[in-house]
Design a protein around this ligand. Structure first.
Ligand SMILES: Nc1ncnc2c1ncn2[C@@H]1O[C@H](COP(=O)(O)OP(=O)(O)OP(=O)(O)O)[C@@H](O)[C@H]1O
Ligand SMILES: [Mg+2]
Length: 259
């Protein structure tokens, strides 16, 4: 009798472990899917980001070319100046690609990273895409703390929140659209909030938006973005991610325990 009880117990334990492993595996696949989805969106941002510098590059040597065609003399200083401009532009383009690659590399370990630096590289990538839709991005910094955790996953969360806000601002045709990011500290935690003026989350209860595959009134929504964001913040960084509606729109709050 005792023997069977022990066996039953071991069998139960084995099955629990199996189910937990399966569910971890599922989360991993969802993560991968969500990354791929935002990859497409980010590529769109980069193509916006590169259009301007590509046009500039195109025009840098035009005056020199014209002079040569007209048989005029070209000064060395003119050529050097053009080369210098070219260097600045290609540096900018290559920085964008570096930021981009960083976001999609897998975090291997938790590290200490600076919040503002991370936000700046996100802004580098997404700002042109926002400008294209006249969306104002405000960043309010009261503190510039370091965080400890998975740096790129954390950026992924912010990108998800910003992209969601952008989607609603565009699809609801909001006048004077804006996204505001605030960074400050409370006693025990670092707080990052993302708010918009798109009119708010239209589902009830609000927390439904964190369920996997929950998407609402979106053409190409996969519904993984916020589910993944919550996993990253709450499981991987021991923090909290919450959503509210405020006066003019949605308000997301990330709290991460101080280092
Ligand atoms: N800032 C916001 N304002 C209003 N509704 C929002 C906002 N952010 C999210 N939502 C709602 O929450 C839903 C779930 O968001 P989530 O990011 O998980 O999925 P999605 O954006 O629909 O798809 P994707 O997986 O492509 O991100 C959205 O479909 C939208 O209805
Ligand atoms: Mg989304």
């Amino acid at each position: 009798m005792r023997q069977t009880k022990l066996e039953d117990f071991l069998e139960l334990e084995r099955r629990i472990k199996e189910e937990v492993d399966k569910s971890r595996e599922k989360d991993k696949i969802l993560f991968q899917q969500a990354k791929l989805a935002s990859l497409g969106e980010m590529l769109g941002n980069i193509s916006h980001q590169w259009r301007q510098p590509l046009m500039e590059m195109n025009s840098i040597f035009l005056p020199i070319e014209a002079k040569i065609i007209l048989g005029k003399k070209v000064k060395n200083s003119e050529i050097l100046e053009a080369i210098e401009k070219l260097n600045i532009i290609t540096k900018f383009m290559s920085d964008t690609i570096d930021d981009f690659r960083d976001f999609f590399s897998n975090d291997k370990e938790k590290i200490k990273f600076n919040l503002l630096e991370q936000i700046n590289s996100i802004v580098n990538i997404i700002s042109t895409g926002l400008k294209a839709h006249n969306i104002k991005l405000d960043i309010l910094i009261k503190k510039n703390p370091n965080l400890f955790g998975y740096k790129n996953e954390f950026s992924q969360v912010l990108i998800n929140l910003i992209n969601n806000a952008k989607d609603e601002l565009i699809s609801r045709n909001i006048e004077d659209p804006y996204i505001k990011i605030s960074i400050f500290e409370e006693d025990e935690s670092v707080v990052v909030t993302v708010e918009d003026n798109a009119g708010g989350i239209k589902v009830n209860p609000i927390d439904t938006i964190f369920e996997p595959f929950f998407t609402y009134q979106k053409q190409n929504g996969s519904g993984i973005g916020l589910f993944m964001s919550k996993l990253i913040i709450e499981k991987n960084m021991e923090g909290k991610l919450k959503a509210y509606n405020k006066n003019s729109g949605a308000f997301f709050e990330i709290k991460i325990p101080k280092e």
